[in-house]
Design a binder for this molecule. Structure first.
Ligand SMILES: *Cc1c(COP(=O)(O)O)cnc(C)c1O
Length: 350
């Protein structure tokens, strides 16, 4: 490595306190017998496990859910004294071997996965029951299969398809889950994600698995005002230029100046997760100044109007990132807004 890497022109500040407070709030929604876990898949929804896991551990979380085995090593570095689980289960003998070596519990999702797990040595695992989403998990009919009955099940779980809506599907999934769970002989049960937690105590069981709300998302209205923003992205100005009337800006010249202006080119693009949908009628901020985005978002850059702001070429500008609000404005889901945040941000806590 020739020399020390300079700080990036993109910063993602993670408010550790807000993250811990969000976990505590979600923990307080359910009874004290119900443990509150944390979904930390996709690098803690894009925030970074290096910051997220220690904050969650400090708050009291002990059960962490990943999607891929490839996510295990980074999480293991921080997860001492807690239980990691992998939602995709064991697809291959190599995955079963890795699960055993790392003491990470697979969530078994099918009769085939159950047989593979037992053949590779068995031991404790979780079980996912599909109660109506038709995505991942055994069916009600699979419950009596000898391969399922042979499992040593820690937690039997299911996942709600419509927890963020007042949908009859929630009640139907709850009933199906209760029925199936009776016959699998698990030591504990788990059903709710973030939104499911707000459906009431019937949905809490022994363990909940919130994700998005930990990270500042509010999938249901009842969470607004209770869940605090956690991720604060910022991007630096690389260049400032003057525009004359008639000058156009960016790809396809979609925006043209009508009067003399000043424009700043900012180190932030769709490769960083700032998708083109966010550019339309979007703004950045410099202190209290609002800086409208001009023209199209490029891969690595956007251009903003700084005519009325006292900025210079080293300054960082803040990117509005109130998830419910940004989601409503852009049409992107709160989950998408977070998980597409790119690898070029320096992720810091504070
Ligand atoms: C992602 C996921 C969660 C967390 O869901 P949120 O809506 O982010 O709270 C919980 N359980 C399963 C099975 C998941 O895949």
């Amino acid at each position: 490595m020739p020399g020390e890497l300079p700080p990036a022109s993109l910063r993602l500040r993670i408010d550790r306190q807000a993250l811990a407070d969000n976990w505590r709030y979600l923990d307080s929604v359910s009874a004290s017998e119900t443990a509150t876990g944390a979904a930390i898949k996709a690098n803690a929804y894009g925030l970074g496990v290096d910051v997220a896991i220690p904050a969650l551990l400090e708050a009291g979380a002990r059960d962490f859910f990943l999607a891929h085995w490839g996510e295990v090593p980074a999480a293991l570095e921080h997860a001492e004294g807690s239980q990691l689980s992998v939602l995709h289960g064991v697809r291959t003998p190599a995955e079963a071997h890795f699960a055993r070596e790392t003491s990470v519990l697979p969530v078994i999702n099918s009769v085939r996965q159950a047989a593979l797990w037992s053949q590779s040595g068995g031991g404790a695992c979780h079980l996912m029951i599909d109660t109506g989403m038709n995505r991942l998990g055994i069916t009600a009919a699979d419950v009596s299969d000898p391969a399922i009955q042979a499992l040593d099940i820690e937690i039997a779980m299911s996942h709600l398809a419509c927890a963020d809506e007042a949908s009859p599907n929630n009640v139907a999934q709850l009933a199906r889950f209760r029925e199936c769970a009776q016959s699998v002989g698990a030591r504990g049960l788990s059903l709710s994600n973030s939104a499911g937690l707000m459906l009431g105590p019937d949905y809490h069981f022994d363990l909940t698995r919130p994700g998005i709300a930990l990270y500042g998302g509010a999938p249901v209205k009842a969470m607004r005002g209770k869940i605090a923003q956690v991720a604060y992205p910022e991007a630096a100005i690389i260049q400032i230029r003057d525009l004359s009337p008639g000058d156009s800006v960016g790809y396809n010249a979609t925006w043209t100046a009508e009067r003399p202006m000043r424009a700043a080119t900012v180190s932030l693009g769709y490769a960083d997760g700032f998708l083109r949908a966010l550019g339309r009628d979007g703004v950045l901020h410099h202190g209290d100044d609002t800086l409208p985005i001009l023209g199209k978002v490029s891969m690595d850059m956007i251009i903003v109007d700084v005519t009325n702001s006292d900025v210079s070429e080293r300054d960082f500008l803040s990117i509005p990132f109130d998830l419910p609000e940004l989601s409503a404005r852009s049409g992107l889901s709160q989950y998408e807004l977070l998980t597409v945040l790119g690898g070029r941000f320096d992720r810091t806590d504070g």
